[in-house]
Design a protein around this ligand. Sequence first.
Ligand code: HEC
Ligand SMILES: [Cu+2]
Length: 316
Amino acid sequence: MNKPHINIDSFWLPRQSSTLAEKVDFGYYAAYWTGIVFFLLITGATVYLVLKYRRRTEKDKTSPIAHNTALEVTWSLIPLVILIWLFFVGLRSYVYASVAPAESYEIKVTGEMYLWTFIYPDGTAVVNELAVPKGRPVKLIMSSKDVLHSLYIPEFRVKQDVVPGLYTTIWFNATNAGDTALLCTEYCGSGHSDMLATVKVLEESDFEKWIEQQSGPSDLPPEELGKLLYAKKSCATCHSVDGSPMQGPTFKGIFGRNEEFSDGSRVAVDENYIRESILNPQAKVVKGFPAVMPTFRGLLKDREIDALIAYLKTVK
Ligand code: HEC
Ligand SMILES: [Cu+2]
């Protein structure tokens, strides 16, 4: 599988790909340059004064200056004004990021160990791929099925915890067509670093087409549709087809295999067992593997499950 990647075009920060990014970066660079200028002023003055007024002879004495009101007022007021300005720079983008426009396109997001599911207004559910229209506000309404996760899209400068039993939201308006990365940024377990998704920013017309295509082109033979779904629905993050063990057992030679479960029982893999494994994965847990497979109930249509079964039969 291709790992989603982040476009970098400056030394400190990723590419700006949302309307928020510019505002956040302005705040970042305002604080950054303020820091640099004052560092140079203060250490510069310190070094200069230490050298200039160093004690040269035994008789050298500093003149008895207690204070200098004009100087002290100046060096207090200027930083005060700068700090107040920085506060408003931050406040402005915070408010902008907090309030989604009323006409936002809403997508539901579920985080779980270790994948992301995105559910569109028409009920289309997509795993580990978030397609969004370019130039239109999108609001994510997020929750977690298990532990604390956090959704982070660096190029959009948005980040928010995803919490079980609670809805949190973020919104963005994407400005660059193309792919970028979405990641989980709250350590959530052994598969945390695989909890990645691709964000696809599409032109409005391509976006409509993408939504239509999600259940797969209807004229594909079942094995091919199954192969497509294996990659698209994230099965590939946990199941290999070449025999190598990942989070879950390999699909190589799965059909007809005599599988042993953690309770010691056995079953020969057939259509019903595969269907059950997809819809109710905890019913039979393969020996030697943790019971971490998420259920795909409600996320795969019957036609898609049939296609996956047809594909698994071909993986020898
Ligand atoms: C987060 C990782 C993960 C994802 C994603 C995942 N699985 Fe699994 N799967 C597992 C694990 C772990 C097991 C073994 C434990 C168990 O049986 O529950 C398993 C078991 C299975 C089994 C039984 C395998 C056997 O050898 O008996 C099937 C079939 C299966 N998964 C199909 C799928 C399909 C199809 C998808 C995609 C739609 C998928 N899985 C996505 C982790 C995952
Ligand atoms: Cu996570």
